[in-house]
Design a protein around this ligand. Sequence first.
Ligand code: ADP
Length: 483
Amino acid sequence: MLITEQKEKGIYINGKWRDAIDGKTRTVLNPATLDILTEVTYGGKHEAMDSIAAAQAAFPSWAKKTARERSAFLYKGFEKMIEKKEELAKILTSEQGKPLSEARAEIESAASYLLWYAEEGNRIYGEIIPSSKANKRLLVVPQPIGVIAAITPWNFPASMVTRKLAPALAAGCTVILKPASQTPLTAIAIVKIFEEIGLPEGVLNLVTGNAKEIADTLTEDPNVRLITFTGSTEVGRELMKKSSQHIKKLSLELGGHAPIVVMDDADLDLAVNLTLASKFRNSGQTCICSNRIYVQNKIAMEFVKRLTEKVKEMKIGNGVDNDTNMGPLIDQDALEKVKDHVEDALKSGATIVVGGREWNGPIQGYFYQPTILTDVTNQMKVMNEETFGPVLPIQYFENDDEVIEQANHIQYGLAAYVMTESTNRAFKMMEALEYGIIGINDVFPGTAEAPFGGMKESGFGKEGGREGIKEFVEMKYVSIGIS
Ligand code: ADP
């Protein structure tokens, strides 16, 4: 299915859609069918430089607008996004693969960031500090940080874009958006919404293209004051190194390896359903997806039995079919990584309970069966590296202290989940787990009003909530002498 017969322009600078200066394009595929959707313009250094210049020129007047004026654009963006929910969800599924039901939920979530920051933008308060000297007045004045760049991933092509754009625009920053090359069409559709509602030229610029070249140009330019990035720890580390040149501010949401701890007092059916949802939504390609599970010995057999039954009922297929529960992986590299993790586990003695190979259905995409592994050890890749696929390794534990140690043993610290009916155990776990986000009997913690972000090598900076907008604000301290 072709979305358009023509080339899609993926570069939007200073209110104009453009081709890449050298005419380059990149193919966008449907990962479920391997059909070519379209060709999208593929920019690089030159386009990145132009977008920085445009964002810089637009900054003073955007920053001077009142919070209410900026908020009105975000509110209109929210309304348009909801109005176009079905159209956007279809674009998202076609280039990303997730079931349409998940794509619709993502568009709603993406729109909710626009709404929430339309409201929160009106509440960026400063302070007057009681001075220790009678002849001084001390003020803290919030100001937008300036031109910012947002580099976004393919796993949530809509919500990762608005989660960054909304607080940045609300705070008074101007933006350069670089979406993932696998999923530029959703980003283009979102930028078109802002074009339609009349966002001033240069306030939001889009550059699809060569990630490294664009990122190098952004980090090398002192006028880009902050980079907000969601993606792998490896690329985050590179961005951090390169940003040190101009002491650029960063907000990094990087890899994760979320544990689910299922305690013997858990509501078993709930725990099974939540585990299923956490592991297999988006085919396991969510940075807060559970990547390993620890089940307490007493309930282990029963838990694995019930979970396996549910996994066997899952319908794999094209996300546009109504009964599909799980779509494809994003590309061949993603599929190879999952295969490698499973092969590595099997070589070292893991047992396949269900799944364990590519899915060969009637369509030809990058599919892998939902998989459960037991007899896994801490030396295996599945227990240490982000699999980003539908593979769930299970270990058993005897007591709480043992599982805390196990859950904390790796360097990732994004999200962790605990299934328990005991308030005492919930609090103990919540305090002991070294993760930025904890779900207690909940595996969908992401929401516009709460601060989402990791610890350790999962990054720093918060997205969502009151904290999310502070990333884009400088608190200027003003000391006034009076007579
Ligand atoms: P993933 O493993 O999820 O694809 P990446 O970190 O590779 O995560 O990609 C996330 C985003 O980072 C995408 O927009 C991608 O184009 C971009 N990206 C990839 N490589 C680089 C790089 N060297 N520098 C900056 N951004 C990059």
